[in-house]
Write a new protein. Structure first.
Length: 276
């Protein structure tokens, strides 16, 4: 699989991506919460943040295929305005709530503790690619037994599993997690794999405008998709590059967490283009 990693600002490098070539965009931009990413990219708030979101959407949308789709990670502080903006350019299919499984320790005393992220799922058209069977969740034995009456016998949905709901309960990556890299807002591979499997055909191209530690790259390449991404921070870029290179080493596990993950003992063939 081809991996094109660029140590560039999205707005400097996006012209290198061919128009109409991208099957899936997974975007995890700075949330506008004042975090330190080695630059001031997260110190944009209010209307300035909405303007920033409009700017990067304008940059990446022409790259998407007519049946392509996009997932956007945000927080509640800006998701209402940004999702409303994106709905003027695409069809919004879902607002997915990621329950980070944050333990009940401390938190605000003047409001409820925030323990989720908002994920907008958008498509350029109603004819978007979506492979439900690749992400179905198997029913447990008790559920199957409870539906053993004749009217349920032979039902495909009972055998292959159910459609994931729009509430995804996946633990955030704690510092001791073996998957964790040195990035403050790294997303779990399990989350991104579901997006890749459902919304990008095998051999298709996944674009990540804000690559961070390279989780989207790992998910795409481990499941037979091509990848292109941009990351402005050289330290994060180096982490992403190393994670991609690790996939191709014999004996290295792809770390895929999907129920339909493929075993990898020989390494995932990766053709890496890294621009620093």
């Amino acid at each position: 699989m081809n991996a094109d990693l660029q140590n560039l600002d999205l707005f400097e490098g996006v012209s290198r991506i061919e128009d109409g070539s991208v099957d899936l965009i997974i975007s995890d931009p700075p949330y506008g919460l004042g975090k330190d990413y080695g630059n001031d990219s997260d110190h944009v708030y209010g209307q300035d943040y909405v303007d920033f979101s409009r700017r990067w959407l304008d940059a990446v949308l022409p790259k998407m295929k007519p049946d392509g789709s996009m997932y956007v990670f945000l927080s509640w502080q800006h998701s209402p305005e940004v999702f409303s903006l994106f709905k003027t350019r695409m069809t919004m299919l879902n607002e997915i709530i990621w329950d980070r499984r944050v333990p009940s320790m401390g938190g605000s005393t003047r409001r409820y503790s925030s323990v989720h992220d908002n994920i907008g799922f958008f498509a350029r058209s109603r004819n978007h690619y979506f492979d439900l069977d690749s992400i179905r969740i198997p029913y447990d034995a008790a559920t199957k037994k409870a539906r053993s009456r004749s009217i349920f016998v032979g039902k495909k949905w009972l055998e292959v599993g159910y459609n994931p709901k729009d509430l995804w309960s996946v633990s955030r990556l704690h510092r001791q997690d073996p998957e964790r890299a040195d990035h403050p807002t790294q997303k779990p591979l399990e989350l991104v794999e579901r997006m890749v499997l459902a919304s990008c055909p095998p051999g298709g191209l996944v674009l990540d405008p804000f690559m961070g530690s390279g989780t989207t790259a790992v998910a795409a390449l481990a499941h037979g998709r091509c990848f292109a991404g941009f990351e402005i921070n050289p330290e994060y870029f180096a982490i992403a590059q190393e994670r991609v290179l690790a996939l191709s080493r014999p004996g290295t596990k792809a770390q895929a967490k999907s129920p339909r993950r493929r075993k990898n003992t020989a390494g995932v063939p990766v053709s890496l283009i890294a621009v620093e």
